[in-house]
Ligand binder design. Structure first.
Ligand code: NAD
Length: 325
């Protein structure tokens, strides 16, 4: 079996690759894995250092928009797991060109090549942000919910979801879409809330909390997110969407207070900053479908996951200091 993992040097993609190479996914213990990654600011080959010597792993530095390269790589491939994306909302607000290019044109390039070369399964990794923003108290989104993306990032992801599902309907490519919630864990680029706040606090610097701090996110440990994706890769029905959540809804203020408490600090370390433009209020997903059909359940509790994450950033200054510097 041959798997192409796009964005396999990023945060979530590299976790998936490490787990797959180390034999954590039964269906893929024998598979050869090819990582295709452009090594943008968010990509880091050091994320794959622990498995770099595996004869089952090959790394290709390249762009998912490169028609020739993608066509060559996908020939003879059984499974594509597509993580590669521009992934940070704030950057998409500052400028969305790369988001449209990578997330929309890049996904189209992969889908086209996968159709031409007869790839047997294509897992498109997407996000709960495509659903828009939810009022407090409203029922969590199911996969049937309409898409109402609000940021250029989520609009580009929603566009790629629609392309992926359209290629399934039109050309019969066996596509599944996963929509994961806010993911945290080791190796996450220190621009997203948890790694930014942890590394700032470890350096004795204040953390910037947007607006009133009451925006709610559903937090998902990267290990659970990747297991959900692996379950969909193995048993997901072509043409279907699967929500992958963590079942831990918290406000940004609650996350911040938790981090301060863990590091023995108080709210004097919080700097209140103007709210993000168009900031979605709440994300929450109903994950009954992947639970009932594929047996998914988040296994990492918030306390356990946060303790391990804070410990990792505490111990791995060698990983994040050069990036922040
Ligand atoms: P990340 O920013 O850490 O990594 C993205 C990776 O894609 C990097 O290695 C980068 O070099 C690579 N890449 C970017 N543009 C490329 C291109 N044109 N060609 C080839 N490679 C390219 O992102 P992440 O947080 O690991 O997210 C991975 C996927 O999961 C994304 O599709 C994202 O939308 C989705 N997702 C993320 C979260 C989250 O909380 N981080 C939640 C749900 C879904």
């Amino acid at each position: 079996m041959r798997i192409v993992v796009t964005g396999g040097a990023g945060f979530i993609g590299s976790h998936f690759v490490r787990q797959a190479v180390q034999g954590h996914y039964e269906a893929f213990t024998e598979a050869d894995i090819v990582v295709l990654d452009k090594l943008t600011y968010a990509g880091n080959k050091a994320n794959l250092a622990s498995v770099a010597d595996s004869p089952r792993l090959r790394f290709v530095e390249g762009d998912i928009c490169d028609v020739r390269l993608v066509g060559e790589l996908l020939r003879g491939t059984d499974l594509v797991v597509h993580f590669a994306a521009e992934s940070h909302v704030d950057r998409s607000i500052a400028g969305a060109d790369e988001f449209v290019r990578t997330n929309v044109v890049g996904t189209h390039t992969l889908l086209h090549a996968a159709t031409e070369t007869g790839v047997r399964k294509f897992v498109h990794v997407s996000t709960d942000e495509v659903y828009g923003s939810l009022e407090n108290g409203a029922a969590p989104w199911t996969e049937e919910e309409s898409l109402r993306p609000n940021s250029p990032y989520s609009a580009s992801k929603a566009s790629s979801d629609l392309l992926a599902l359209a290629v399934h309907r039109t050309h019969g490519l066996p596509v599944c879409v996963t929509r994961g919630s806010n993911t945290y864990g080791p190796h996450q680029y220190p621009e997203k809330l948890i790694p930014l706040f942890v590394t700032n606090l470890l350096d004795g610097r204040k953390v910037p909390l947007y607006g009133d701090g009451e925006n709610v996110r559903d937090w998902l440990h990267v290990d659970d997110h990747c297991r959900g994706i692996a379950l969909v890769a193995e048993g997901g029905k072509p043409g279907e969407i699967y929500n992958v959540g963590g079942g831990t809804e918290l406000t940004n203020r609650e996350v911040t207070d938790g981090l301060l408490g863990r590091l023995g600090m108080d709210r004097s370390m919080v700097e209140h900053v103007a709210d993000r433009k168009g900031h979605d209020r709440r994300y929450a997903m109903d994950c009954a479908k992947i639970t009932d059909q594929l047996g998914y359940r988040p296994a990492t509790s918030w306390d356990e996951g946060m303790a391990a994450t804070v410990q990792w950033y505490t111990e791995r200054r060698d990983w994040w200091e050069p990036i922040k510097g």
